[in-house]
Design a protein around this ligand. Structure first.
Ligand code: HEM
Length: 228
């Protein structure tokens, strides 16, 4: 009970919860990226026989999506993901409110005025990503996974990215995600306090390059599909 209370009520507990949920969301983002790269990597690159009766990217992407919905351990992990996203957002709001109350200033992850702009604007970046995720899930997740009104996810994704302003919205969301990740990864490890100081310096670079690679790979998907 004491641990539970500490987790949600103390600022250290909240930051740890933010870190753990954030790292879990990053784990999902890696898997999600790999799955969606099927859309843009030539199907000859994959061991086709692994997928059963598939001949092209279209079949392969739909086989992958079908697997996501019908394999129960994936569904189970997806529920943990939804919970992690909701807790991450609520936690961010609570930390923002608490910081405003205690300092009378706007939420700042770090009070150092020389800190880089994205680390001072994690809330703004998070809000952009939040709006993006709501739109994204309404477009794909809702009709495919929940309402089951769409059965061909490949066609749905492809037709979405034929609209230039959807591509633009995705690029904005992904750029915000990239910057959010750079600070988020470093800050999460700092909050959890599991590394010595020296390792934190290396972590800064790992966070930067990891976020850059993730953002570039996500960003090229809508662009390639637009021109496909
Ligand atoms: C630009 C490349 C992307 C494509 C093509 C894409 C595609 C999809 C599709 C087709 C779905 C519905 C099927 C499924 O559940 O997997 C989905 C779900 C989802 N996407 Fe994306 N996505 C992209 C980027 C992103 C980004 C950048 C984020 C996060 C910021 C994100 C977060 C999610 C979430 C949270 C779900 C629900 C997951 C689930 O129910 O298991 N996606 N995406």
């Amino acid at each position: 009970m004491a641990v539970k209370k500490g987790l949600f009520k103390t600022s250290v507990g909240r930051k740890n919860l933010m870190a753990v949920t954030g790292l879990f969301i990053i784990f999902f983002l890696i898997i999600h990226l790999v799955g969606n790269l099927i859309l843009v990597i030539p199907s000859t690159f994959f061991p086709i026989e692994f997928w059963g009766d598939v001949e092209n990217t279209h079949d392969m992407y739909n086989a992958y999506s079908h697997f996501l919905v019908h394999f129960w351990p994936v569904t189970f992990v997806a529920w943990i993901l939804y919970a992690a996203i909701i807790i991450h957002v609520i936690d961010a709001l609570l930390i923002t409110l608490q910081n405003r109350k205690s300092s009378g200033e706007k939420y700042q992850v770090t009070n150092n005025s020389t800190s880089i702009w994205y680390s001072r604007n994690m809330g703004v970046l998070g809000t952009v990503i939040g709006v993006f995720i709501v739109l994204h899930m309404a477009q794909f997740w809702l009709p495919y996974k929940v309402l089951k009104t769409e059965h061909d996810l490949y066609d749905l994704v492809l037709s979405t990215f034929k609209v230039w302003w959807f591509v633009l919205i995705y690029e904005i969301g992904i750029i915000a995600l990239g910057f959010h990740l750079i600070h988020g990864i470093e800050s999460a490890h700092r909050s959890l306090g599991i590394y010595p100081k020296k390792a934190m310096r290396i972590l800064k670079y790992i966070a930067l390059y990891f976020s850059l690679i993730m953002a570039i790979l996500y960003a090229i998907i809508p662009i390639i599909l637009y021109f496909k």
